[in-house]
Design a protein around this ligand. Structure first.
Ligand code: XIL
Length: 366
C-alpha cells in the first residue's frame, strides 16, 4: 500500500503541476465548460473505501491471546488492518478466553481490539456469546436433575451475556449470539445434541434464551445466529426450521444470520451461495458473511484470485441483502486452516509478509 500511496502522491503532484501550467498559458480559461479530470477511483483506495457502497468489509484479528497479536505481526500490519471497516476478535471474546472461571475475566485482548477499532471508526462484530467450543466448563454442572443442570447453565449464560454486553455496549454493533448449534446430519435431531448447552437444558431452548438475554441487555445491538456449511441445502433448511420453531423472527429476537463461509477453491458454486443468501434473506433478516476464507494449498494458490473474484462478484450483486463480509484473518502468516487441515494454507488477501496478493487485486479491481 505504501507503494500505491507514493505512486498517487506523485500522480497528484504531476497533475497539479500540469493544471498550473495550463492555467498559466491561458489554455484552461479557453476551455469553458470542460470538467476537470475525475480523481483516480479504485486504485489507491483502501478495501473499506472501495466496498463502502456495498457492505462493511471485515477481518478476524487477534489481540495477543494464544500468543499471537495481529497488530504487531508485521511493521505494515496496522496499516493493513486499517483497510477494513469491521473487526472480529478471532478468539479474544470467546467465553473460555475472556471468562475462564466464574469470577475471572481476561479482558485485555478484547479491549485492545475494541479500542483500536472504535478509535478509527471501525465497527466490531462480537464473536461469540454461546458456543459448544472454547466455553468455560464452569458454566455447567454434572450433578443434579435436568432442571437443576438447566438452571445452573441458564444463570451462568445470563450473567455472561449481560456482562459482555454491558462492557462493550454499542461499541460492539453486531453479536454472534449463538454459534454452531445445528446438526450436520440430516437424520435425528436438527440440533447439535452433544453441545454442553443442549445437554444442560435437555433441549434447544437455550438458543432462544441467549437471544432474549442479549436483546434485553442492549436493544440497540444487532443479533446473529452464526454457523458453517450454510450453503448446504440440508443445514440451511435445519437452520431455518430452528429460527422458525423458536420464533426468533416472529418475536423480534434475531436480526440476521451469519454464514461463516469457510469455503474451498472449487466449492460451493456461486449458485449455491446465491440460494443461501436468498433463503435467509427471505426470512426478512440480514445476512452477513462472517468467517470467509478459502482452503488453499500452495498448488492451488494460482487459482485463488479467480475464486475470490467470483465470490466477491456474487456478494456485491447481493449488497441489498448483505450488510457485512468478514475474512477469517488478515494475512497468510496466521490462519487457523493450517492447523485444522494439517497443511500450510494460503487463504487470505495478504501474503505472510503483509504484501497484497493477486487475491487482493481480484477483489479491489473490478
Ligand atoms: C477458530 C480460531 O480461528 C482458532 O484460532 C481457534 O483455535 C479455534 O477457533 N468457526 C468459528 C470460529 O466460529 O470461532 C473458529 O475460530 C473457526 C470455525
Amino acid at each position: 500500500m505504501k507503494t500505491k500511496t507514493l505512486y498517487f502522491t506523485r500522480f497528484k503532484i504531476a497533475a497539479y503541476a500540469a493544471l498550473i501550467a495550463l492555467a498559466l498559458t491561458g489554455t484552461l480559461s479557453c476551455q469553458r465548460g470542460v470538467e476537470p479530470e475525475p480523481e483516480p477511483t479504485a486504485e489507491g483506495e483502501t478495501l473499506s473505501e472501495i466496498y463502502a457502497p456495498y457492505f462493511r468489509i471485515g477481518a478476524a484479528v487477534a489481540g495477543g491471546e494464544y500468543g499471537y497479536d495481529t497488530f504487531r505481526a508485521n511493521d505494515n500490519a496496522e496499516a493493513v488492518i486499517a483497510e477494513f471497516s469491521s473487526l472480529t476478535a478471532e478468539n479474544a471474546m470467546k467465553a473460555g478466553v475472556i471468562h475462564p472461571t466464574a469470577n475471572s475475566w481476561n479482558y485485555a485482548a478484547a479491549d485492545k481490539i475494541v479500542s483500536w477499532a472504535t478509535a478509527r471508526d471501525i465497527g466490531v462484530r462480537g464473536h461469540a456469546l454461546v458456543w459448544h467450543q472454547q466455553t468455560g466448563t464452569w458454566m455447567f454442572t454434572d450433578g443434579g436433575t435436568q432442571e437443576e443442570k438447566k438452571a445452573f447453565a441458564r444463570a451462568n449464560m445470563k450473567a455472561h451475556i449481560e456482562a459482555m454486553l454491558a462492557r462493550y455496549g454499542s461499541r460492539v454493533e453486531w453479536w454472534d449470539v449463538v454459534n454452531e448449534a445445528i446438526s450436520d446430519s440430516s437424520t435425528g435431531s436438527i440440533y447439535r445434541t452433544d453441545s454442553p448447552w443442549y445437554q444442560a437444558y435437555g433441549d434447544a431452548t437455550f438458543i432462544r434464551d441467549a437471544f432474549a438475554f442479549a436483546r434485553a441487555a442492549n436493544p440497540d445491538v444487532k443479533l446473529y445466529y452464526n454457523d458453517y456449511s450454510m450453503v448446504s441445502a440440508g443445514k440451511r433448511a435445519r437452520t431455518i426450521q430452528m429460527i422458525d420453531e423458536l420464533d426468533l423472527v416472529r418475536d423480534g429476537l434475531i436480526d440476521g444470520v451469519g454464514m461463516q463461509s469457510h469455503w474451498q477453491i472449487d466449492s460451493p458454486s456461486t449458485s449455491e451461495i446465491q440460494s443461501a443468501i436468498d433463503d435467509f434473506s427471505a426470512l426478512g433478516i440480514d445476512v452477513q458473511i462472517t468467517e470467509l476464507d478459502i482452503v488453499c494449498s500452495s498448488a492451488e494458490l494460482p487459482l485463488l484470485a479467480a475464486r475470490y473474484a467470483e465470490i466477491f462478484r456474487v456478494l456485491r450483486d447481493n449488497s441489498d441483502k448483505i450488510s457485512s463480509v468478514t475474512l477469517w484473518g488478515v494475512a497468510d502468516d496466521h490462519t487457523w486452516l493450517t492447523d485444522f487441515h494439517g497443511f500450510t494454507n494460503y487463504p487470505l488477501l495478504w501474503d505472510a509478509n503483509f504484501e497484497p496478493k493477486d487475491a487482493y487485486r481480484a477483489v479491489t479491481e473490478f
